[in-house]
Design a binder for this molecule. Structure first.
Ligand code: NAP
Length: 247
C-alpha cells in the first residue's frame, strides 16, 4: 500500500471510528494528525499509541465548525509535513428528536459539525492537494443520509449533504489526481450507538441481514482501502458498509 511517509488528517478521532482509522493508517506507515472537541485524555493516549508505530502523530483541540481553527491547524501541518495526502472527514454528532420537538440549536449543531465541518476541512486541504497533484478524501456518511431515519431529520440531512459534497467535489478535482469518496455506514459499535435503547437496538439487529453491528476496526480497513492507491480509479462513490442494512 501507499502510505509510507505520507500524512493524513482525520477529524474527530479521539474516540470511535476516527480513532480506529488513525491507528490503521499509522500501522501502514502514515503520519497522522487529528482533532477533537473535548476528549483530551483520549487524544493524548491516541498520540502515544500512534507514535509507538514509529510514525509522527499530533492532536489539535479544534472545532471542525470553526473556520479559523481549521485553517490554523492545516497551515501548521502543511509547514510541518510539506504535504497533506489524505483527509478523512469523520467528526460527527447526533441530536436525535422528532421534527416537531427539534430545536433550531439541534439542527444547527448537527449541520455545523457534520456538514460544515467537512466543507471547512476540504476547503483548507484541497489547495495543498492540488499543488501536489495528488490526494484522497473520504467523507464518513451514513445510511441515514441515503434512506432517512425518523428522529434524525438533522442528521439525515447532514449525511445526505456529505454525499452531495462528495460527488460535486469529486468532479471538481478528478483532473488534479484527487479522489473523493464517501462511506455510508450502518450501525457501528461506538459510543454513538451504545446509548441506544435496548428495544431499539434489538429491532435494529433484526433489520441487519448480517445480524450484528460493525466494528470500528472493520470500518478502518475499508476506509484505508478507499484512501489507497489501489482504489485510485474509484471516485465520487458512496460505498455502503452496513452488514446489508440498506440493501
Ligand atoms: P463518536 O464515538 O461519538 O466520536 C465522534 C468524534 O467526533 C469524537 O472524537 C468527538 O470529539 C468528535 N467531534 C464531535 N464534534 C466535534 C467538533 N465540533 N469538532 C471536532 N471534533 C468533534 O462517533 P463515531 O461513532 O466514531 O462516529 C464517527 C463518524 O461516523 C461520525 O461522522 C458519525 O456520524 C459516523 N457514523 C457513525 C455510525 C455509528 O453507528 N457509530 C453510523 C453511521 C455513521 P470528542 O471525543 O472530543 O467529543
Amino acid at each position: 500500500m501507499s502510505f509510507e511517509n505520507k500524512t493524513a488528517i482525520v477529524t474527530g478521532a479521539a474516540r470511535g471510528i476516527g480513532r480506529a482509522i488513525s491507528i490503521e493508517l499509522a500501522h501502514r506507515g502514515c503520519n497522522v494528525a487529528f482533532n477533537y472537541l473535548k476528549s483530551s485524555s483520549e487524544a493524548d493516549s491516541l498520540v502515544s499509541e500512534l507514535k509507538e508505530t514509529g510514525r509522527e502523530a499530533c492532536a489539535f483541540q479544534a472545532r471542525v465548525d470553526d473556520v479559523a481553527a481549521v485553517t490554523a491547524m492545516v497551515d501548521e501541518l502543511r509547514k510541518r509535513f510539506g504535504s497533506i495526502d489524505f483527509l478523512v472527514n469523520n467528526a460527527g454528532i447526533v441530536r436525535d428528536r422528532l421534527l416537531l420537538r427539534m430545536t433550531e440549536a439541534d439542527w444547527d449543531d448537527v449541520l455545523d459539525t457534520n456538514l460544515k465541518g467537512a466543507f471547512n476541512f476540504s476547503k483548507a486541504v484541497v489547495p495543498v492537494m492540488i499543488r501536489a497533484r495528488s490526494g484522497s478524501i473520504l467523507n464518513i456518511s451514513s445510511v441515514s443520509g441515503l434512506r432517512g431515519s425518523p428522529g434524525q431529520v438533522n442528521y439525515s440531512a447532514s449525511k445526505a449533504g456529505m454525499i452531495g459534497l462528495t460527488k460535486a467535489l469529486a468532479k471538481e478535482v478528478a483532473g488534479r489526481n484527487i479522489n473523493v469518496n464517501s462511506l455510508a455506514l450502518g450501525f457501528i459499535d461506538t459510543e454513538m450507538t451504545r446509548g441506544l435503547a435496548e428495544d431499539f437496538r434489538a429491532r435494529i439487529l433484526q433489520e441487519i441481514p448480517q445480524g450484528r453491528l460493525g466494528t470500528p476496526e472493520e470500518v478502518a480497513r475499508i476506509a484505508v482501502f478507499l484512501l489507497s492507491e489501489d482504489a485510485r480509479y474509484i471516485t465520487g462513490q458512496v460505498i455502503q458498509a452496513d452488514g446489508g442494512l440498506a440493501i
